[in-house]
Ligand binder design. Sequence first.
Ligand code: PBE
Length: 267
Amino acid sequence: GGSSGVAQSVNSRIIGIDPGSGLMKAAAQAIKDYDLAGWTLVEGSGTAMTAALDKAYRSKEPIIVTGWTPHWMFIKYDLKYLDDPRGSFGGSEEIHTIARKGLQADLPSAYAFLDRFAWQASDMEEVMNKIADGAQPKDAADAWVQEHADLVAKWTEGIAPAPKGQKIKLAFVAWDSEIASTNVVRSVLAKLGYSPEMLQVEIGPMWAGIAGGDADAMVAAWLPTTSKDYYDKYKGQVDDLGANLSGTKLGLVVPSYMDVQSIEDLK
Ligand code: PBE
């Protein structure tokens, strides 16, 4: 293994993200499924991955990263997913909203909105783009909420304002997609009168925090595959409010200038 031209050009390295993520689990599975002996899946973070991609892209160097959609990187750079004929990365998925048990009784207005919250991949990308272009996540989300007043009105129609200053804790992992979605939810909850707090954690503590009641809700459950381990462990202890977005994708991603089409070509 590790003898293909592509392998040599990237030193048999795939630039990954945080080790607990479903994407890293799928990438490790791909290394097995495609018999990529000698390849290294480099652990890091979403931020480190996009920084490495940006650096390589600017100098037209080869690079292979673990990637997902929706993501601003597909708008900022000319990229392609490598074909995955063995299906290691699973199919198109939904992102679910997950609340702690008891939230509906304790914070009914927040729950009613969270239950309705649903948007398109293109919406999430608009927020991600603003942030990638330098906006603070909070400002990007507030601006998006202002620009989409009709949709936001549908999400909040008939929902009673919260008692002023009522706190609510949103847990999230610092993936760019979830930074965008969680900030939008925060922005709408603030419009409803809440004082929302965002708790940045790792994926395990995010799920454990909702299950244990230390956080109120999150909008970051990629199902049925990516977040499966956590969902299977905690599904009896949380409230699944269903999909807030559909049509996601995961895989190995390369700049379009690379002459490789399939994960099979890496061997
Ligand atoms: N992601 C983004 C996460 C879910 C959201 C694809 C990086 C993962 O668990 O892999």
